[in-house]
Design a protein around this ligand. Structure first.
Ligand code: AMP
Ligand code: MG
Length: 350
């Protein structure tokens, strides 16, 4: 299959391109599109064969459900006969935006889209191109991140091309995404809502609207043996090809250890990469030292994270040592992705 890449202004998407992309979806094809979080791989959420094609293109296990993207609240009643008030309360504050909500699904939503579950994940992205595309496609786009399964999520159209060219019909290139990590997922089917995946919308922000919110325990400890409630969280994910270790501790000691490990890697003929911040970049010597931005700017760290992990892969790095970050607020989402990329290989130094 020849994958067409079409560029558009992200804020003022070209209507004829939206129509072309919408027609591909209506006839059962796949289109990757930008959102404010990461690029998504879209298909018709109400067509089981489209969802099957998404799993095949990504090499994604079919028990890992997709998120249904909508552009208008009017689209909701078809997806669920049992929409909780909490959804509307959160939608009023956070939609369009990087928040995915899990509710009971109706019969209109095929199980092929929900990985066999009786619940459905719904989100309204805060991105003009995404919204126009969803409307042009009929209002219901099933989309996971547009990466090959197991690779870091795409924050640029070129990342999508790298992973999926030849496997999908079209890529809409709307430039670099704004947030850079996937949406927060909150399960509204429990008595107390539960965060299944941390993201830009933090538990504090959700609690301001809902009162108490829980966090799935399997997110906090990589060692927890219970299966996570968001099936996707159990897979090795967000991962570079290299081995990776996070180093936590006093900055001076972190720098010292990074330099020591880089020197040891060189002696063993291994290529060593360092993922760090602007503040310490110049103090480190290794094959490839990449900064994700300033330590004081969480947003830039999140936006650069996956691009930098992909750069280590392109450079053929064998071992990555990474700085770690405060596990609070939006930092929790960054640390969640980093810890998973490192397979929870975290070294604490005193
Ligand atoms: P992705 O968009 O690639 O991040 O994948 C969607 C994420 O949403 C995966 O981690 C899924 O496990 C999660 N998800 C989607 N639908 C549901 C659902 N009904 N219940 C729990 N998690 C879900
Ligand atoms: Mg994904």
């Amino acid at each position: 299959m020849n994958t067409l890449t079409e560029t558009t202004d992200a804020i003022m998407p070209d209507p004829s391109l939206m129509e072309k992309a919408g027609n591909i979806i209506r006839s059962g094809g796949l289109v990757a599109f930008p959102t404010e979080t990461v690029y998504g791989l879209g298909g018709d959420a109400l067509n089981p064969s489209s969802s099957q094609k998404i799993y095949a293109a990504k090499g994604r296990p079919s028990d890992n459900p997709l998120i249904v993207h909508i552009a208008d609240l009017d689209a909701l009643p078809l997806l669920s006969d049992d929409i909780p008030d909490t959804l509307y309360m959160l939608a009023e504050v956070f939609w369009p935006g990087p928040l995915t909500m899990i509710i009971k699904k109706s019969r209109s939503v095929p199980k092929a889209t929900t990985g066999g579950l009786d619940t459905v994940a719904v989100r309204m992205p805060d991105h003009n191109t995404a919204l126009s595309f969803i409307r042009a496609a009929g209002g219901y786009i099933a989309a996971p991140s547009a990466n090959a399964s197991g690779r870091p999520s795409p924050t640029l159209a070129s990342h999508v091309y790298e992973d999926l060219s030849g496997k999908i019909d079209m890529i809409i290139d709307g430039g670099e995404v704004g947030i850079g990590v996937e949406s927060t997922i909150v399960d509204l089917t429990e008595k107390t809502p539960v965060i299944l995946r941390p993201g830009y919308i933090t538990s504090e922000m959700l609690e301001r609207v809902l009162g108490k919110v829980d966090t799935d325990v399997t997110l906090i400890e990589g060692t927890d043996k219970r299966p996570p409630k968001a099936p996707g969280m159990k897979y090795r994910h967000y991962a570079p090809k290299a081995q990776m270790m996070l180093i936590e501790g006093d900055t001076g000691k972190v720098i010292e250890m990074m330099n020591k490990e880089a020197a040891a890697a060189a002696e063993n003929g291994l290529k060593c990469g360092i993922l760090c911040t602007d503040e310490i970049k110049d103090s480190i010597k290794a094959d490839l030292v990449l900064s994700v931005g300033s330590r004081n700017d969480e947003a830039s760290i999140a936006r650069s994270l996956y691009r930098v992990l992909r750069e280590f892969d392109s450079a053929g790095i064998d071992m990555i040592y990474s700085e770690s970050f405060p596990d609070k607020g939006f930092g929790q989402a960054v640390m969640n992705r980093l810890s998973k990329a490192a397979g929870f290989n975290i070294k604490k130094i005193q």
